[in-house]
Design a protein. Sequence first.
Length: 111
Amino acid sequence: MHEMSITQGIIDLCLEHAGDRRIRSLNVEIGELSSVVPESIEFCFEACSRGTSLEGARLIIVRVPGMGQCLECGQETPLTELYGSCQHCGSNRITILTGEELRVREIEVDD
Ligand SMILES: [Zn+2]
């Protein structure tokens, strides 16, 4: 399962950073253009964190909206899908600026 391995990756990263300390919360950015479903991550997190120092930690998921820059007209345009088109000129030659994120932004540990 896609989300399961992603979640495991997030957990491994947190454990690596925290060492022996207990993790209180973690902040994960998920772009709206990524194919990752936040609810699935939450579900997998419950299961995968059991028995680790992440158990009971608060998982905060931050959604990052999709933004692109149009290569035709040069303007920035909001994107709701990976291969969207420019809101201004309709072109689909777009460089994606944000929305593909999948990263741990912050980890809060006990002192
Ligand atoms: Zn455009």
